[in-house]
Design a protein around this ligand. Structure first.
Ligand code: FES
Length: 105
């Protein structure tokens, strides 16, 4: 959801996840780690929307291919980084999440 198009009143009784809520127990989410490690964010203006959108994608459709990642993130424009790093960071996070799931963590 685009938060600028949703009234707070419409969120009553619903779960709302923002980028601040991605991490757990003081640890960054694998997407946040991958974006930092791979230089997928610079000014950070676009990053919260991309991170939350990517999390929704990975939650709903694991594992997406590059075209599905591109399509899912197409609604958020980044003027700084370049999309290659962003796509690679999502893919790296996908691997990390899969490893964590297999390890039972
Ligand atoms: S990092 Fe600056 S707009 Fe994306």
């Amino acid at each position: 959801m685009l938060s600028c198009l949703v009234l707070a009143l419409e969120c009553g009784g619903k779960s709302v996840l923002t980028v601040e809520g991605l991490g757990v127990d003081g640890k960054l989410h694998p997407l946040q780690d991958a974006f930092a490690d791979l230089g997928a964010a610079q000014c950070g203006y676009c990053t919260p929307a991309i991170l939350v959108t990517a999390k929704a994608l990975l939650d709903q459709n694991p594992p997406p291919n590059r075209e599905q990642i591109r399509e899912a993130l197409s609604g958020t424009l980044c003027r700084c980084t370049g999309y290659l790093q962003i796509f690679e960071a999502v893919e790296a996070a996908m691997v990390k999440i899969s490893e964590q799931a297999n390890a039972g963590t």
